[in-house]
Design a protein around this ligand. Sequence first.
Ligand code: PLP
Length: 408
Amino acid sequence: MNNFNPEQALSETRREFGEHGGVTPSISRSSTFTVMDPETMPEIFGGVRGPEEGGCFLYSRHFNPTVDILARYLSAMEDTEFAVCTASGMSAISCSLLQLCRSGDHIVASDTIYGGTHALMEDLLPQLGISTTFVDSADPKNFETAITPKTRVLFTETMGNPTLKFCNIPGLSKLARHRGITLVVDNTFTPMMISPARLGADVVVYSMTKFINGASDLVAGAICTTKAMIHQLMDLHTGRVMLLGPTMDPRMAYDIIQRLPHLAMRMREHSRRALAISRRLETLGVPVVYPGLESFAQHQLATDLINKGFGYGGMFTIDCGTRERADDLLDGLQNKEDFGYIAVSLGYFDTLMSCSGSSTSSEISEADQRKMGLSPGLVRFSVGYTGSLDQRIQQIERVVRAVGLASK
Ligand code: PLP
């Protein structure tokens, strides 16, 4: 386990007061900003004279004071030099990859990733001349074998969606550095719990739609990385975030700023409940997969990667074998017991559950789903923290027994 404490890092970064000393920051809702001295305009526009160099903010697609506060908090939490916020997780991923790759270039990616990211690499990027080889992420050697002279990026999720497979980030980082390749890691499932940049990732991307925000009421993303990479992304001529324009609204940044201080508490509680429920399911003989269980194939790797004190995360899966039985499980949990909601996404304060093969991984062909170990009956749970834990355990116990998933 690692001793880096992102909760502490976040609390030690400078707090931003609102106007008039407000305990919450003000929302700078202005698309454009007044340049008091016209002579400074060229330098301000060129990004040479920002607010910290005696200039000012210029235009909110470039930079916005409220969005910049969130970016500063995120870079403190991730221990990266800088961050940029985006309008969605997908725009964070696509802008990062488009910044790093040109036509003719190649990506090696984990085969266990979110369906939208898979579609980007499998279907869209080839139209721009960028190809991807998907590999089993359990072993960095699989990435090594797939590298070609054209490979520019290694891409993985820390904990793969939806099979929860872990990736050896320090091993991948060593490989990427040795070959002069950039390692991009999607840490959406495991904020606070895992700090990919500390483990050697060059670029950390997030869908903040999930745990970071925690209320399932908005869509947002972030790229946490070096100053040099952020300057490239925001370059006036070629910056993918600057010119493709997935700009975050300052009101959205404000909402997320308000929820970051309790992200650590929330992650600990998601983890505590997911562990307790999955332990109970395991004793009932239910085919449950959770990284905190000793039966989890990569339990030791997961333990080595996580930051001490945040647990093993809020996600577990049950393999129901068939889609029909998965539907019975979901129906019982939502409509008979009020255990949670049948909904895609994750990181909400209530439990969200969905059958991945026919929802968030449906962009992936059935053959590829089988290859990545995704059964048509796999139900993914994002465990919430409403209700009492005892009540939730009793509810799920009744349903797994009713649908014949408990063998003991
Ligand atoms: N990365 C992961 C791991 C996801 O699960 C998702 C969405 O489910 C995304 C990225 C995309 O995020 P967004 O919907 O915010 O664009």
